[in-house]
Design a protein around this ligand. Structure first.
Ligand code: URA
Length: 489
């Protein structure tokens, strides 16, 4: 689309050419200045130019109040691959500040629609990037490794999406190469960016490629093969960069056979609201385990998928192993996965997890910097109709899972372990601990600190009283404070 198509009343005789580095902050800075000078949109010719300097924070320009929904969508739309985006943003900004302050509520307005469409397209592209970036390990100097991925986004999203990869892969040094821009992370500091690259600069294969394929094979659910939906979610243009894509034809071909096997295996769980049990053929897992780094957390997680130490694996959908950075300074231990966690295969993703996230944020702790796990790795439940009701784990189930937790602690090496609720507290510190009496206290044991507090599910059961929530936050703050004092020493 060209610059002109947005506006019907462009007067080409009186255009002001505005050259900006094509990023949101640079646009914001120039747009504020233009507004102060009362330059209307039809007089501005936006000229994105990569050779221009990026805007730096400036205090000399007055802040302009606009609705948050505009800012959020505008910052996404600023990544849309079309040069007319800058004019669109200025047109909207002008209207918002010239008598149409409720403009964003006019869902049928053509500029509002266009902004929404641009922002949506960008957010879909970011979603695909998060799902389909695959890092490959490359050996660099002194036996270190750098992880490099190649990705071809539809829009200019690399800078916009980089924060996600920084948080998600905080412990690795990585580069994401794309044709427009490359992002690099050195394990600390800031993500930095360089110009676009060729696909040939990125590695095409690596030693852990087969592990990705094992993983994909094990999470593939043959009973849910919907080829059209699959193609929509994972368009073929991404396939060429995905190690697992070679498996797709084979998995689709064998799907019917595997469904028949699953059906004959799982008659008893049919009535329940159980998730599809990921196929975990021992051979595939064993190969993955052998290929992952000996003693690594990935190796543990893969091995735990085969765990038969107690009978809880049978009705559960899957093992829910811990997740988070390794090493991590704080480890949180819950009781056992719930219904949502059992289906998702991740700890604390249901209502208790949501409450926990809020409390952690209020205590100044970042979930993505913590390692989160459970005392017991399988969901224990009692069936009531199609519902699965939580049942507390028994001592023998806690003991059966203890080696996994001990191995996680060994890998993660946390300075502080936060025990959420009585199961975690007593499994770690012994049965003399009482959560109501001992919550918020730090215990020193074998060179690390333990903090006991309530389980977030307890707060949910009590209707989330604000006082109880504050007490929970205060307990978590004790851990945050301890961490700070360890830093000072
Ligand atoms: N409760 C827990 O103890 N762990 C989870 O992962 C979810 C709920």
């Amino acid at each position: 689309m060209t610059q002109r198509s947005l506006f019907d009343d462009t007067d080409t005789n009186a255009l002001t050419a505005v050259r900006i580095h094509p990023d949101f902050s640079s646009w914001q800075q120039r747009a504020r200045q233009l507004l102060m000078d009362e330059v209307p949109p039809q007089r501005v010719l936006w000229q994105p130019d990569n050779t221009q300097k990026r805007a730096t924070a400036s205090s000399s320009v007055t802040a302009i109040r606009v609705p948050k929904s505009f800012l959020t969508q505008a910052s996404a739309a600023s990544c849309y691959r079309s040069d007319d985006r800058w004019a669109l943003l200025y047109q909207l900004l002008w209207r918002l500040t010239h008598g149409e302050k409720h403009l964003m509520q006019l869902a049928g307005d053509r500029h509002v629609i266009q902004l929404r469409n641009y922002a949506k397209a960008v957010s879909r592209d970011v979603h695909k990037m998060k799902a389909f970036v695959r890092f490959r390990a490359v050996d660099i100097a002194d036996g270190d490794q750098r992880y490099i991925a190649w990705f071809e986004p539809d829009h200019y999203i690399v800078e916009y999406a980089a924060g996600f990869f920084q948080r998600r892969f905080a412990n690795m040094c990585w580069s994401i190469l794309t044709p427009d821009c490359c992002a690099h992370w050195e394990g600390s500091g800031e993500v930095w960016f360089s110009e676009g690259a060729d696909k040939a600069s990125a590695p095409a294969d690596d030693a852990v490629e087969d592990t990705w394929r094992c993983y994909y094979r094990s999470i593939f659910n043959p009973a849910r093969v919907k080829i059209q939906a699959m193609m929509a979610e994972m368009p073929q243009k991404y396939w060429k960069n995905l190690p697992e894509s070679r498996l797709i034809p084979e998995l689709i071909r064998d799907a019917d056979k595997r469904v028949a096997i699953m059906a004959s295996d799982a008659k008893s769980s049919e009535r329940l609201h159980c998730g599809p049990r990921p196929a975990a053929p021992a051979q595939v897992l064993n190969e993955a385990i052998q290929q992952s780094e000996s003693g690594s957390i990935q190796q543990l997680a893969l091995a735990a998928h085969n765990c038969r130490n107690c009978s809880l694996w049978q009705p559960a959908t899957q093992t829910v192993f811990g997740e988070g950075p390794v090493p991590a300074r704080i480890m949180l231990i819950g009781e056992q996965p719930g219904d949502n966690e059992d289906l998702a295969g991740k700890p604390f993703v249901g209502p208790a997890g949501e409450l926990l996230n809020r409390a952690l944020a209020a205590a100044g702790l970042r979930r993505q910097e913590l390692y989160i796990t459970n005392t017991v790795k399988h969901f224990k439940f009692r069936a009531k109709g199609r519902r699965r009701l939580h049942e507390p784990p028994q001592e023998e189930e806690i003991n059966a899972c203890a080696p996994w937790l001990a191995a996680e602690i060994e890998q993660v090496q946390p300075s502080i372990i936060i025990c959420l609720g009585v199961t975690a507290a007593q499994a770690q510190l012994g049965t003399y601990v009482r959560v109501t009496r001992d919550r918020g206290k730090l215990f020193a044991l074998q060179g690390r600190h333990y903090l006991v507090t309530v389980h977030p599910a307890y707060l949910l059961r009590r209707g989330e009283s604000p006082q109880e929530f504050q007490r929970f936050v205060a307990d978590l703050q004790v851990a945050a404070g301890q961490l700070n004092s360890l830093d000072i020493r």
